[in-house]
Design a protein around this ligand. Structure first.
Ligand code: AMP
Ligand code: MG
Length: 364
């Protein structure tokens, strides 16, 4: 509106009417009459008025924009704060308690996080900043003689999203502080050793976040389901694993065990996607279909893992994984809790800071 009247005003002052009078009339006003001067004055006033109108409209728009930004910042803060509270509640919901039945879990659920996709991603971004600082403290602690570390054990059926967790959760922190190990079928050398040999070697050093993409649990899962070892062999492994983990915990490693649980329907969809997309084919293995066909046996094997190896020292958390972003947020919350519970401050330097500052300044 304001712009329109401005255009009109300017047309009147310097445009059509004046040009009709000929070149003289467009001059400085030296030759124009009283009426002309009055018309020019009126046009100028109109122009100024229009400019004021434009200015006012712009001020109003800027103010509205500022208010909207403040409103959305407040909403964002409330969301992030709300999700931080939900985060702690969610962790408790995911923890495996006696009597937990895996096949009764709703893999499409999002326990503890009642949020939209956009809010979930936003919360993941917010937690990422906190994770990065906590991880740096852990790293600094390790560099200055500390003995703490964190181990994230990721288990789950094919397509459950273990890789996505590594990319989207561990991707939020400095890769220098992360030690990732993916465990496949044992190599000939590994097979010559005790099944915990390769696991022990991969435990995180002080200051590190270790991540196991599959783990020693395969030795009571695939080894049992595929009959790779006799029942009395895998039977004895649960207690052995508990002792092994308790020892790691006692020497400073917080062990966070996560089972990502995907529904049969969602797994089918994801496997189909792998076969239908050239960029996903590399993730597919023909054995995935065989493992899928043995789902009931895997469910039973996982149920035993949860029943027999969820200890106070190293509890299991089962994360519904049909919603990838929920699963990523949930695991980031678990990692956040593990790091925050270490309660690490920044290390105290082994030198006199004031003295060093003085020495540095002396080199100016
Ligand atoms: P992926 O995680 O898709 O790279 O697949 C790794 C494969 O290695 C899975 O089929 C696992 O079941 C298999 N695997 C991992 N650990 C073991 C193990 N200890 N014994 C036999 N197979 C294993
Ligand atoms: Mg695979």
């Amino acid at each position: 509106m304001a712009k329109k009247s401005g255009t009109k005003a300017s047309e009147k002052s310097s445009g059509t009417k004046a040009s009709r009078k000929g070149p003289d009339a467009q001059g400085t006003g030296k030759h124009e009459g009283k009426a002309g001067r009055k018309a020019r004055q009126k046009a100028a006033e109109k122009l100024a008025k229009a400019a004021r109108k434009v200015e006012k409209a712009e001020r109003k728009a800027a103010e509205a924009e500022r208010k909207a930004a403040a409103r959305s910042a407040a909403a964002r803060e409330a969301t992030v704060e709300g999700l931080a509270v939900q985060r702690d509640a969610a962790i408790e919901l995911l923890r495996v308690r006696p009597g937990f039945v895996l096949t009764e879990l709703d893999a499409a659920g999002t326990p503890g996080f009642d949020a939209s996709r956009a809010q979930t991603r936003e919360a993941l971004g917010a937690i990422g900043g906190e994770l990065a600082e906590l991880q740096e403290r852990l790293y600094a602690h390790g560099r200055t003689g500390g003995d703490r570390s964190v181990l994230l054990v990721l288990q789950g059926l094919d397509t459950s999203g273990k890789g996505g967790i590594v990319r989207h959760v561990l991707g939020l922190v400095d890769p220098q502080g992360v030690a990732l190990h993916a465990f496949g079928a044992p190599t000939p050398e590994e097979a010559r050793h005790h099944y915990l040999w390769r696991i022990r070697r991969a435990l995180p050093r002080p200051g590190r976040i270790g991540v196991f993409d599959r783990s020693h649990y395969e030795d009571v899962l695939v080894a049992r389901v595929d009959g790779l070892v006799a029942p009395d062999v895998w039977e004895g492994r649960y207690d052995e694993i508990n002792r092994f983990e308790a020892k790691a915990v006692a020497s400073g490693t917080t062990v966070v065990k996560v089972l990502l649980w995907v529904s049969p329907d969602e797994q089918l969809r994801r496997l189909r996607e792998r076969l239908e997309r050239p960029d996903k084919l590399w993730k597919y293995a023909p054995s995935d279909v065989d493992a899928r066909a043995r789902r009931p046996a895997y469910e039973a094997a996982y149920q035993d893992v949860l029943d027999r190896t969820s200890t106070d020292a190293a509890p299991w958390f089962v994360v519904p994984a049909d919603d990838r972003w929920y699963a990523r947020l949930a695991v980031s919350a678990l990692l956040h809790r593990a790091l925050a519970d270490l309660d690490l401050g920044w290390p105290v330097p082994g030198f006199d800071v004031a003295e060093e500052l003085a020495r540095l300044d002396a080199t100016r």
